[in-house]
Design a binder for this molecule. Sequence first.
Ligand code: SF4
Length: 256
Amino acid sequence: MLVSEVMLQQTQTSRVIEPWTRFMERFPTPRACADATLAEVLTAWRGLGYHRRAKALHDTARVLRDVFDGVVPRSVKELRTLPGVGEYTANAVASFAYGEPVAVLDTNVGRVLARAIVNRRLRPSEARSLAAEVLPRTQVATFNQAMLDLGAQFCRATPRCEQCPLATRCAWRQRGGDDPAPLSAGVSRAQPRFEGSSRQLRGRVLNALRDGPHSRAELSVSFTGVDARRRDEVLAGLVRDGLIMLRARRYVLAGE
Ligand code: SF4
């Protein structure tokens, strides 16, 4: 559950299924992941972007091994102490893995709350309170999953109200007005274009290094059409984030 929630951050479910299956086969327990090198974890991350998440997951596995006896804790408070685990991920793991009565609030749930429940833009504290207020007394995990699915399948950025099971009860659908979702708490802004982004360039470098060490010149194919200054910034950023390092004038995955 923890691995899937980390992988699902800013990533569509369909893109996560295959890497998640592969990752879990390679690292079936926190201890297995903790005992591996970061380079092995980065290699298993193939197919996913935002590689800082892989490093955070590796760091988390080591904390689980060394502090929590190899077991993912169930309380939100303890989950929040793990590297890279924010409010949403902690609540999702507590709810879906352990059935704890806590609300999950992500961009999907944020849209449903703002549109279907109140028909107005919510501040962060209001969205948190409302998400907790609408929780049922039982089957909290099922309810949380339903809210996530409503947002992902129907109450999308461009909503599919005609097919939505909440259509007859939805406050925005009933009363109309401007869409309250876009600037409401929890609702993420549109992601910048991937094509030509630093995210794309970082992914290319890491893909190349998964096959072995590369000199700066050998990495030039990853930077076709990119000026030297931007190339150096991307490489320096990857070093700074602890994802790659220089060894004997060649770049390698960190921890190799
Ligand atoms: S009716 Fe439309 S706006 Fe309301 S919850 Fe469903 S998809 Fe969202």
